[in-house]
Design a protein around this ligand. Structure first.
Ligand code: PLP
Length: 452
């Protein structure tokens, strides 16, 4: 068995983790995860933990799928690497491109591959501005995103995103990006009905376009459901109103499908659930169920035809754009999802079951709202149910609950005092029940510790 203490010491001494307060590793050290099967991960001490986050919202087919391992091994023997630059390509990239475009909305027939979701959003930024330049409107430069949105950690990704702590570190953001409020009804809009609040948030887009000048705005970027911001499911009135505004001012829509894509909301893409027709869709994560790193941008006909017919060479690409081994695994992942009806399972079975069971948690004294859509969900922890008042920030109740979850066999993520889940899409109804039971017990224990 692995020597946990030794690994923790080496980790402390040498490893700078993403999104981690390095000092806070302290006495306790990191949790060392050594293996996984189905929806469960196992740590170095042999504890089994239900992974209700599917890693980082990505292990959609669950852990331990031999078919994906075989696809990788066979491709590595055949052709471990070759690039897609300068008029060369290889079968996995081409087959994956075709499969993706078949699964995507009808007007999306091209894909540009990247190594990650962040690179996909860097690509989006350049593609959008290039599109308008080719259209003879180079002054259309502004991209509007949303506060508290996450679109990645590269400079372009974090600039498109609206996370204040990220903007404050590492120097200036990419210029020409503006952020509007998010449609977070529980957190910011409860003095209105959800319907009214959705319209107010969409009106904020129109106001910003007018402020910046419609002839200067290139695109609006948003996730169908905001993931890392706290599983923020917009009111039903939001997307139809946003769609109208974008059409009125002829502004491109970028739907970041990195989390919502590949079945999370019960459709192949979150945009389909909301009936929106994006011009560009960045994708990653569930594309390969996280088994290997791969991302891309699905490009609608409007932008693709301009790039192709009027563009000439696009000076952009990554060594690992369409990496053959990653592409082979992604292709197999999508084939398995189709064969096994995973998207239908989310839409018709696991999603509705989670919706019913999750809602029961609203009865818990700590919970102000329990919401879910497909297999993404959130719990709002509050100090007072009637008013929705939060606990004092210094108590860091969300992190306390997250740590209790881990100790008791459940991975839930905390975003402030919002607890978030995004389990593997293959979760069964019995496993959903287990998830809810573990979450309930963790909330009880959180309450007990707060009362101590
Ligand atoms: N876009 C969204 C919506 C994401 O949630 C993420 C990652 O969490 C990214 C982009 C960035 O993807 P990656 O971490 O693969 O660069």
């Amino acid at each position: 068995p692995p020597d946990t203490a030794r690994l923790q010491q080496l980790d402390r001494d040498h490893h700078l983790h993403p999104f981690t307060d390095f000092k806070a590793l302290g006495e306790e050290g990191s949790r060392i995860i050594t293996s996984a099967e189905g929806i469960y991960i196992q740590d170095a001490d042999g504890n089994q933990i239900l992974d209700a986050m599917a890693g980082l919202w990505c292990v959609n087919l669950g852990y331990g799928r031999e078919e994906l391992v075989t696809a990788a091994a066979e491709q590595m023997q055949q052709l471990p690497y070759y690039n897609n630059f300068f008029k060369t390509t290889h079968p996995p990239a081409v087959e994956l491109a075709e499969t993706l475009c078949r699964l995507a909305p009808a007007h999306m027939n091209r894909v540009f591959f990247t190594g990650s979701g962040s690179e996909a959003n860097d690509t989006v930024l350049r593609m959008v501005r290039r599109y308008w330049a080719l259209k003879g409107k180079p002054e259309k430069q502004w991209i509007i995103g949303r506060e508290n949105a996450y679109h990645g950690s590269t400079v372009a990704g974090m600039s498109l995103g609206g996370m204040a702590p990220m903007h404050e570190q590492g120097g200036p953001c990419v210029p020409g990006i503006s952020h509007i409020r998010q449609p977070y009804w529980f957190g910011e809009g409860r003095e209105l009905s959800a319907e009214e609040f959705g319209k107010v948030c969409a009106a904020a887009l129109e106001t910003r376009i007018e402020e910046l000048g419609a002839d200067k705005v290139a695109a609006f970027i948003a996730e169908p459901v905001q993931g890392a911001g706290g599983a923020i499911i917009p009111p039903d009135s939001y997307w139809p109103a946003i769609k109208e505004v974008l059409a009125k001012y002829d502004i491109l829509l970028v739907a970041d499908e990195v989390i919502c894509g590949f079945g999370r909301l019960g459709e192949w893409f979150g945009s389909v659930h909301y009936g929106i027709e994006p011009d560009l869709m960045p994708i990653a994560k569930g594309l390969s169920s996280g088994y290997l790193p791969i991302g891309g941008v699905l490009v609608g006909d409007r932008v693709a035809s301009t790039l192709i017919d009027e563009g000439g060479e696009f000076y952009h690409g990554f060594t690992y754009s369409g990496h053959p081994t990653c592409a082979a695994v992604a292709l197999k992942n999508l084939q398995l999802m189709e064969q096994e009806g995973v998207v239908e399972h989310v839409r018709d079975v696991a999603g509705p079951h989670l919706a019913r069971r999750w809602k029961e948690l609203e009865q818990h004294p700590l919970i102000g709202e329990a919401r879910s859509l497909g297999l993404i969900g959130a719990l709002e922890i509050v100090a007072d149910k009637a008013s929705g008042k939060r606990f004092d920030k210094t108590l860091a109740v969300g992190n306390l609950c997250r740590d209790i979850c881990f100790e008791t066999g459940l991975v839930m993520r905390s975003v402030g005092d919002t607890m978030v889940i995004s389990p593997p899409l293959v979760i069964t109804t019995e496993q959903v029940d287990e998830l809810v039971r573990l979450a309930h017990a963790a909330l009880d224990e959180t309450m007990r510790r707060l009362e101590q």
